[in-house]
Write a protein that binds this ligand. Sequence first.
Ligand SMILES: Nc1ncnc2c1ncn2[C@@H]1O[C@H](COP(=O)(O)OP(=O)(O)OP(=O)(O)O)[C@@H](O)[C@H]1O
Ligand code: SF4
Ligand SMILES: [Mg+2]
Length: 324
Amino acid sequence: MNAHPLVEARGLVKIFAARSGWFGSRGPGVRAVDGVDLTVNAGETLGLVGESGSGKSTTGRLLIRLIEPGAGTLRFDGTDLLGLAPGPLRRMRRRFQIVFQDSHGALNPRMRVGTLVAEPLAIHGIGASRADRRERAASLLEEVGLDRGVLDKYPHEFSGGQRQRIGFARAIACEPEFVVADEPVSALDPSIQAQIVNLMADLQERRGLAYLFIAHDLRLVRHVARRVAVMYLGKIVEEAPAGELYARPLHPYTKALLEAAPRRDPQAPPARVLPGEPPSPVKPPSGCRFHPRCPIAEAICSREEPLLLPIGEGRRVACHLAHR
Ligand SMILES: Nc1ncnc2c1ncn2[C@@H]1O[C@H](COP(=O)(O)OP(=O)(O)OP(=O)(O)O)[C@@H](O)[C@H]1O
Ligand code: SF4
Ligand SMILES: [Mg+2]
C-alpha cells in the first residue's frame, strides 16, 4: 500500500514569550519547537519521544493548529491548514483530535459522561437531536469498552484507565482521521497502560486512524509505532522505522534514551537519561544542541549545526558523525 501523507509539517517554529528580567519584561523567548519537519501518513502511528521539555506537546498542538506557529507550513490531507479561514477551519477540525495524559483535567468534572462524549457531536452539528447524540455517545462508550450504563455518571466515578477510555470515546466521536495522543498512558499503571495501548490499536484498525503517539519512554511506543521520531530541545534529531531505530540507533541521544532505565513507578519523574540537565530552550547551545551532553562530541559539533539528513531507507538523523 502506498503511504498517503495526511499531516505534513515543514519548518514549524514555536517561540513562547518568556518572562524574564525586572517587571516581567520580555526576554528572548522559549524556542519550544525550532524547525520541525514531520509527516504522518494516513492510518499509521508515528511515535514522538524525548525528555521533558523537548517540545513534544507543543509539536502535537501545532500539528492540529491548537496553537499558531511562528513559522513553517502545515498541510492536512493536502489542504494548507494555516491558510484556512475560521469557517473552513472549524469544519476541518472534526478530522483531527487530541487526547491528553491527564484525562481527569481534560474532562469537565461537572458534566456527565454522556454529555461529555456527545459534546463534540453537538459542536460539529452531528446527530439529529439530543436523544440521537446520546444514543451515539452510548455506542461510542461501548466501542471503547465501557458499558452504556455509565452515561449518567461523572468523571470522578471512574478509574484513570476508564477516564482515558472516555477521552478516546470523545476523541473519536466525530470520526477523525488523525488523533494526537499526548502521553495517553504515562499516568497509568503498567497493566492498564497495555489495555489502553490495545484499545488505541483496535480503534486504529477499525477506523483507519492515524496517531501521533507522544511518550517519554521509547519502550512504550516500540510495539505501536511504525515510525519513531526523537526530539531534543525543539528539534527532531532522528527519525526511523521503529524496528531499525531500536536495533541500530544512530544518534547518541537516541542511544542514551534506549539505555535509560525503565520507570517502575509511572508517577515518578522520568529517569535522567544522561548526565547533566537539558540546556535551556531560551538559549540553545551553539552548533549541535546536544554537544554539551554528547559522549562522542568533536570540535565541529559546537561550531556547526548538523542537519536532519536522510540516511538509508526512510531514515533521517542529525549528527555530523553519523553521516561520515
Ligand atoms: N505556554 C507556554 N509558555 C511558555 N513556555 C512554554 C509554554 N508551553 C511550553 N513551554 C516551554 O516550551 C518547552 C517545550 O514544552 P513542551 O510542553 O512542548 O515539552 P514536552 O516535550 O511536551 O515536555 P513534557 O514531556 O514534560 O510534557 C519547555 O521549555 C516549556 O517550558
Ligand atoms: S553532531 Fe556531534 S554533538 Fe551532536 S550528536 Fe553528533 S557527535 Fe554528538
Ligand atoms: Mg508534554
